[in-house]
Design a protein around this ligand. Structure first.
Ligand SMILES: [Zn+2]
Length: 105
């Protein structure tokens, strides 16, 4: 028996789910790593790679995977050691968009 294959939310690679991190969406839409792989409900998978975790957290992929509003838990947001530049850049872009929308007032 081959293990079930899952697609990484970060890089879209397909791997046996036993080789991946399982993410679950808990109460309040907070997504955490299911290290014991025993949590109920819908799971999402990423490679055991900080880069993939980081990409999975960004860009609303969690909400897409869980089909519900999802917030990355502290474990997902913090520990990935992600470069700070890109999220900052994104925030700046969003702020600019909001400012432009409200500028006519
Ligand atoms: Zn990946």
């Amino acid at each position: 028996m081959t293990p079930p294959i899952r697609t990484c939310l970060g890089c879209r690679a397909r791997r046996p789910k036993t080789a991946m991190l399982r993410l679950v969406r808990g109460a309040g839409g907070v997504v955490v790593v299911d290290r014991r792989r025993t949590a109920g409900g819908r799971g999402a998978y990423v490679c055991e790679d900080p880069g993939c975790l980081e990409r999975a957290v960004r860009g609303g992929r969690l909400a897409h995977a869980f089909r519900a509003p999802s917030d990355p838990g502290p474990e997902l947001r913090g520990g990935a050691g992600a470069p700070a530049t890109e999220p900052v850049e994104r925030r700046r872009r969003e702020r600019r968009a909001r400012t432009a929308a409200g500028a006519s007032a």
